[in-house]
Design a protein around this ligand. Structure first.
Ligand SMILES: [Zn+2]
Length: 419
């Protein structure tokens, strides 16, 4: 959900992220009465047999738990996880997986056993983690979902440079270079003029070398990159940027330059700290553009639609170019069909029971009642009709308005329609 170009190609991953977010929100709502909720993070390079061995050992250690109920619950959770692991051969999926299992409180002393397996999270699982607590461990997954963009990082002075990535919240140093630029003190016997010229040449060469290093890394990804941050002391970073050393398409992506004290790998982390505001603005840029376009069409143009019913109708006609869904929208859609085949739909809070209903046309009770997640319902239609879906953050005014004033659902149409 960063640049528009990325959004288009990552529609499926947006959907996956939405599905992940929902599962996580659900897991977070639950607690166990004791330390009995098990979370296991499995990185892609971990053998399944090792995971099974670990679970088996935890199972036998659980026999020391004093409370009989907690002991039983932990062992049940571990058995359930072990049963799930049987579905895998030798290795976990490509980006690893997370297993959650435990007896959750249902209130009134009742518990309910749940087991969830999330395969292939947005980023690879980095290390094995076994966690048993009164709540599920969801933070590492939440961090990944908060991950939005791909940014290029460059730190430099006249001696040293480092380039790398910021992928979501993760800094990845990639390449470094160091220079032979002589210090300001010339050696005896050299003419001052010649020394100055050689020094400038060496600086120029080093800037070119840094630019080549950055181009090699960033140019192949230039359509996915959401921005580039440049850090270093003054005037080095200014000279580097003003001298147009970088590939022109990268130059256009520079979000800002920042003073950082170090130009080794730690400088990359420092750069991300200093650039927080620019990064936050960049993350919202695409969302802001979408909402600007929506409001422009709403007030002057003819290509805006909003609300569940009209947007859905336009989607079905194939007239929606971009479906705009609020990231914070959580609604179920209930479809009622009466014996006369009249169809009514209403949106309800996912935590609520399906309400009683009588047909709005003939007053009959429904013959069939279907209940879906509203976002998944709309996204499925959008996918069939070649409509792009963009999730819109509520972290800016117009994004918040999408949720509060337009029910979290809107669309920009391909052309004017009557709906
Ligand atoms: Zn009816």
């Amino acid at each position: 959900m960063s640049s528009n170009s990325q959004k288009g190609s990552s529609e499926h991953s947006d959907r996956r992220k939405y599905e992940f977010r929902k599962v996580i929100e659900d897991l977070k709502e639950h607690t166990g009465s004791g330390t009995q909720l098990v979370s296991i993070y499995v990185p892609p390079d971990q053998m399944i047999s090792d995971v099974v061995a670990h679970v088996t050992q935890e199972y036998s250690e659980a026999s020391n738990i004093k409370s009989k109920q907690t002991r039983t619950n932990v062992q049940d959770a571990l058995s359930s996880i072990k049963a799930r692991l049987k579905y895998y051969d030798t290795n976990p999926p490509e980006r690893g997986m997370v297993l959650f299992s435990g007896a959750i409180d249902k209130g009134g002393g009742q518990t309910d056993m749940i087991t969830e397996v999330l395969e292939n999270p947005p980023d690879p699982i980095e290390s094995f983690r076994y966690h048993c607590d009164s709540a599920f461990l969801t933070e590492p997954l939440e961090m990944m979902l908060a991950d939005k963009g791909l940014y290029g990082l460059i730190v430099l002075d006249r001696r040293e440079a480092n380039v790398g990535w910021l992928k979501g919240k993760r800094v990845e140093p990639v390449k470094s270079a160091s220079s032979l630029v002589p210090g300001k003190q010339r050696k005896g016997g050299q003419s001052a003029q010649r020394f100055a010229r050689l020094r400038l040449e060496a600086i120029d060469n080093f800037y070119q070398e840094i630019a080549e290093m950055a181009d090699d890394l960033f140019v192949p990804k230039r359509h996915e990159i959401d921005g580039i941050l440049v850090g270093g002391p003054s005037p080095t970073k200014d000279e580097f940027l003003d001298g147009d050393y970088l590939h022109h398409e990268l130059q256009d992506k520079v979000l800002g330059k920042f003073d950082v004290a170090y130009t080794d790998e730690s400088g990359l982390y420092d750069l991300v700290d200093k650039g927080q505001q620019a990064l936050a603005d960049a993350e919202l840029t695409a969302d802001k553009q979408d909402m600007e376009e929506f409001f422009k069409e709403l007030h002057g143009g003819e290509r805006a639609t909003y609300g569940f019913g009209p947007t859905r109708e336009n989607l079905i006609m194939g007239s929606v170019e971009t479906l705009l869904l609020s990231e914070d929208l959580r609604r179920d859609v209930v479809t009622y069909e009466c014996p006369e085949e009249h169809t009514d739909r209403e949106l309800i809070d996912p935590r609520h029971e399906t309400p009683e209903h009588t047909c709005e046309e003939c007053g009959e009770p429904p013959e069939t009642v279907e209940r879906d997640d509203a976002i998944e319902h709309l996204m499925s239609i959008a996918e069939q009709r070649g409509t792009e879906t963009h999730f819109i953050s509520t972290d800016f005014e117009k994004g918040d308005q999408l949720l509060t004033a337009f029910g979290g659902i809107a669309g920009i149409l391909r052309y004017q329609t009557g709906v």
